[in-house]
Ligand binder design. Structure first.
Ligand SMILES: Cc1cc2nc3c(=O)[nH]c(=O)nc-3n(C[C@H](O)[C@H](O)[C@H](O)COP(=O)(O)OP(=O)(O)OC[C@H]3O[C@@H](n4cnc5c(N)ncnc54)[C@H](O)[C@@H]3O)c2cc1C
Length: 505
């Protein structure tokens, strides 16, 4: 029997503990010795509360029980994101985690909708989304499995306290054999010949050696930036926001089953309902507003009293040229950052972890597996980038320089082509894997004012009367089913009530 691999995880934020939990569920103990080093002195980034539906797949893969995790992390459910004032001031649309309508005669719903709309026979596209109607009415229930039923056409994600989630995963990973080492890394040792990292050195003098090092050190990017010098591809020309100010506030009822994102003069504000509090933040571009002004603006906009002082964070949009080099793999903020507009960071952590488990290496890295890992991670980053740019670019706001600049900026060719295909034909590319599915693109295009001029000719195979009749039935069906769902707050209180923190004496 060969010796187990020695894997060292550098950092214990969300990325570090998600990696540890996945390795605990798959290889720790049997095929690998897994150690995680973190420093309480340095701490974690301490934000990150909204997720995507894929997170449930990760938890299921690892073997986490949903209600238990939700109780431990003060979590609520999320069916989508409301975008206020994005296309123009006064507008509101929801990006749902679910379908718009159902295909008719083999033709996607969007084409029938455009056709009916052009004939003056269709209602707003939101009417035909189960997830959106549930959001608008503040309701939640689990989707059913029967694909014939309209309440099978959506998925859900979580709002959670990411710090508590990391703690929860630690409680899961340690009993399964992951060893935690507390300490600050002050030096990294490398092999002269290969350049591979051989050990990290702690302030205490202890040296921790390994076959592989997973860089989960956050914005510090201890291995990828500071040691290996892997170049950072800067995307801030397209995504100019470079700071955020965050502040928690008291819980507000009713508890929305969606995240809210409101466009402001120099960026946008998030609002995320948890069981014990509401998470808030203003993501902004420092060319257009100062830290102090952004903090005051955020505090003015809160819908409940603040529970702490606002905290400013700095970042730059982009990613490293690769996320696996030599015997080091970057997961989380050490590999790149895209602002939290579509809650994609934890998802990108998950992508890297799942790719790593599928391409799990032997004693020496295999160049073919490394190349495939980098390809998988890179294309996910690139697609998320295009989707985020779309939100900024497709606006008709005229109230500030940021929005004018974004509207006029040249966008990547990949995005320009996507927008053109949608405008001409209502066409949205369907990916086999990864983000984002057609309803996501449709919601943002249409929510921000880009409507298709044409539709698939096959849509005419069914008569207009048949199509509009089915659309009416669908809308009625959605309305009555949604009315029967429990209120979101009641569902959470019943399914996963968290212990609320004690009030100060
Ligand atoms: C403003 C903002 C809002 C966000 N909102 C969301 C959101 O809604 N949804 C979402 O999915 N994501 C969000 N994110 C991203 C999310 O916070 C991160 O992706 C996630 O927390 C992972 O961070 P991390 O583990 O990579 O880094 P960190 O949390 O920073 O962890 C880094 C770890 O490395 C350790 N470390 C660093 N240097 C050393 C050293 N020298 N020695 C020892 N240990 C060291 C630290 O102690 C820590 O344990 C947001 C990010 C920002 C900035």
């Amino acid at each position: 029997m060969t010796d187990p691999l020695d894997i060292v995880i550098v950092g214990g934020g969300t990325a570090g503990w998600m990696t540890a939990a996945a390795l605990a569920a798959t290889v720790a103990g049997r095929q690998a010795r897994v150690r995680l080093i973190e420093s309480d002195q340095i701490g974690t980034v301490g934000v990150g509360e909204a997720t995507l539906p894929q997170m449930k797949d990760f938890n299921d893969f690892v073997g986490i029980q949903e209600a238990d995790m939700m109780k431990a992390t003060q979590a609520t459910f999320k069916l989508g994101i409301e975008f206020r004032d994005w296309g123009f001031t006064g507008s509101s649309y929801i990006h749902p985690f679910g379908e718009f309508g159902q295909p008719m005669g083999g033709v996607d719903f969007i084409h029938q909708w455009v056709r009916a709309r052009q004939a003056g026979e269709a209602q707003d596209i939101e009417t035909y989304s189960y997830a959106i109607q549930a959001c608008r009415q503040g309701r939640f229930d689990f989707p059913v499995d029967d694909k014939q039923e309209v309440n099978s056409t959506y998925a859900y994600a979580y709002h959670l306290d990411a710090g508590l989630y990391a703690r929860y995963l630690r409680g899961f990973a340690e009993p399964k054999g992951v060893e935690r080492i507390e300490g600050r890394i002050v030096d990294v040792e490398r092999d002269d010949e290969t350049g591979f990292v051989t050990a990290v050195k702690l302030e205490s003098g202890e040296s921790v050696g390994g076959d592989y090092f997973i860089d989960c050190s956050g914005f510090n990017s201890l291995l990828f930036d500071k040691t290996l010098g892997v170049p950072f591809e800067d995307w801030s020309d397209w995504l100019p926001c470079d700071r955020a100010v965050a502040v928690p506030s008291e819980r507000v009822d009713p508890m929305t089953p969606y995240t809210r994102s409101t466009a402001l003069e120099a960026g946008w504000q998030w609002r995320i309902p948890l069981q014990h509090r509401t998470g808030n933040g203003y993501v902004f571009c420092s060319n257009y507003i100062s830290d102090a002004e952004a903090s005051s603006r955020l505090l003015e906009n809160l819908d409940s009293p603040a529970l702490a002082d606002p905290r400013v964070l700095r970042f730059k949009a982009g990613r490293r040229a690769c996320s696996w080099q030599g015997n080091c793999i970057a997961v989380g903020l050490s590999s790149g950052f895209l602002e939290p507009l579509e809650s994609t960071s934890i998802y990108l952590i998950q992508v890297a972890i799942m790719a790593l488990t599928q391409l799990f290496p032997g004693r020496r890295p295999d160049p073919a597996l490394v190349a495939e890992f980098n390809r998988l991670v890179d294309y996910e980053y690139d697609r998320v980038r295009d989707f985020l740019i779309l939100h900024y670019h497709l606006n008709s706001r005229d109230d500030s320089a940021l929005w004018r600049r974004c509207r006029e900026m040249p966008v990547p060719d990949s995005l320009r082509e996507k927008m053109e295909m949608f405008r001409r034909r209502g066409f949205v590319e369907r990916y086999r894997f990864g983000l984002f599915a057609p309803p996501s693109w449709i919601s943002v295009y249409m929510g921000q004012g880009l409507l298709p001029e044409g539709f698939e000719p096959f849509a005419r195979n069914a008569s207009l009367a048949t199509v509009t009749d089915r659309m009416r039935t669908l809308a009625g069906n959605i309305e009555s089913r949604v009315q029967a769902m429990p209120r979101h707050a009641d569902f959470v209180a019943d399914y996963c009530p968290a212990d609320l923190p004690e009030a100060p004496a």
